[in-house]
Design a protein around this ligand. Structure first.
Ligand code: ADP
Ligand code: MG
Length: 402
């Protein structure tokens, strides 16, 4: 795959697809991690004399037409402001995605300038399943620039116009973030140092059964916690009360458990749970062994014996991939399990990778520094699909050396 140093960018307008999809509370950006992660490519391009025109999405604009979405937002204006602050140079925001304003701004760029197009998801064609609709938007985007750089790792698993279709229309390369993310994911899939332990949590097993099947081929041990663990416990015959349960997934989960046994992969499940009276930050709660979980309680976190067990099963690991909080960490009373997993992983010397939007937000919210892990991926869906062994459309488009 070509990198940006393989392109002659000086004096050229480079359309840079970045992932600037940061969480916010309506006015302020609450975690600017994805903007920071995009800086190396932007500064390198600008430093080499490129005219950098960034294309990115934010949130899920509602409405069926461009006009409705444009009116409803969210605009990338706060992102442009934060990016300008971090870069220490002005970032002009176009008033549209690939219309008159974008064309005027692209035409006015000087070498080393950086500008941002409005939220590409204002254009309904961006995410359209109709190839010709996406092609039309990709054509308008490509007309703004001479070169294309794909650096939006978190969107690479989407067959979207600005991620997939436009790459075929311009000479292209992968950005620094994409190359770094892919290099780490490769280390997880090809000959990882052992023991290799995978920790999976989060809300639903159905989201992650495909990745589990693939993980069984490479990992030595799989720790399952959080919302998805209750379906695993139910498959082993335990009562889980009112905890999250995907009863229809039990046969599939049972199959995975027997496949794991057949391949000698150890599956670690919770041994005790924090059972709450309801789903609330201040819900009354107690600890129960999994064999004595009451029918009227809902588990929102792992119990103390499970926290110790998970930490012991992580100790000595040479490679770790962790996706999914193991409790409702958003409620401080139910964050202990997730904190224990983060703590245990942060103490390891080997390759430690945290992937997933909520997982990354959880470790930062719980006070861990990014530097305590080898890598915190900017893309949850993209990294999981990579680990599932699926072809990421955006990556395939960048690899194709047209
Ligand atoms: P990621 O975004 O890192 O891939 P997910 O989206 O799969 O993670 O899961 C995150 C969500 O799972 C969080 O909002 C968290 O509250 C929820 N969750 C984790 N453990 C539990 C649990 N024990 N019960 C209910 N929800 C849980
Ligand atoms: Mg999530």
């Amino acid at each position: 795959m070509r990198g940006i140093d393989d392109l002659a960018v000086s004096g050229q307008t480079v359309l840079l697809r970045a992932d600037l999809n940061v969480p916010g509370d309506g006015t302020a950006i609450t975690d600017d991690g994805r903007i920071r992660a995009s800086l190396p490519t932007i500064t390198r391009l600008a430093g080499r004399g490129a005219r950098v025109l960034i294309c990115a999405h934010l949130g899920r604009p509602a409405g069926s037409s461009y006009a409705e979405r444009r009116a409803g937002g969210p605009s990338l204006a706060p992102v442009a402001a934060r990016l300008a602050e971090l870069l220490g140079q002005p970032v002009t925001l176009a008033q549209d995605v690939a219309g008159e304003s974008a064309a005027a701004i692209a035409a006015g760029l000087r070498d080393g300038d950086v500008a941002l197009l409005e939220n590409v998801r204002f254009e309904p064609a961006e995410t359209s399943k109709d190839d010709s609709q996406r092609a039309e938007l990709a054509g308008r985007l490509a007309a703004l620039a001479q070169l294309y750089v794909g650096d939006g790792f978190g969107a690479l698993h989407r067959r979207h116009a600005s991620v997939y279709d436009v790459a075929a229309l311009l000479p292209h390369a992968a950005g620094e973030l994409v190359l770094a993310e892919v290099a780490v994911l490769r280390r997880l899939t090809r000959d990882p140092a052992r023991p290799y332990v995978v920790v999976l949590g989060g809300a639903k097993p159905s989201d992650k059964l495909a990745v589990i099947a693939n993980v069984l081929d490479v990992a030595d041990r799989l720790i399952i916690g959080g919302g998805m663990s209750y379906t695993f416990l139910a498959a082993r015959g335990y009562e889980v009360g009112k905890s999250l349960l995907e009863a229809d997934q039990i046969p599939q989960v049972s199959l995975l458990l027997s496949q794991a046994a057949g391949r000698g992969v150890e599956i670690v499940l919770p041994v005790d749970l924090v059972g709450a009276a309801g789903y609330a930050a201040d819900a009354e709660h107690d600890v129960f062994p999994v064999a004595e979980f009451p029918a009227d309680r809902e588990s929102l976190d792992m119990g103390p014996a499970t926290r110790e067990l998970f930490a012991a099963k992580l100790a000595g690991a040479q490679t770790v991939f962790w996706n999914g909080p193991v409790g409702v960490f958003e409620f401080p009373a139910f964050a202990a399990g997730t904190r224990a997993v983060a703590q245990a992983i942060s103490q390891l010397d080997g390759l430690t990778v945290v992937g997933g939007g909520d997982s990354a937000a959880a470790v930062r919210a719980l006070g861990f520094a990014d530097s305590q892990f080898t890598h915190i991926s900017t893309g949850g869906g993209a990294s999981l699909e990579y680990l599932e062994g699926r072809t990421l459309p955006g990556l395939a488009a960048l690899e194709d050396s047209a």
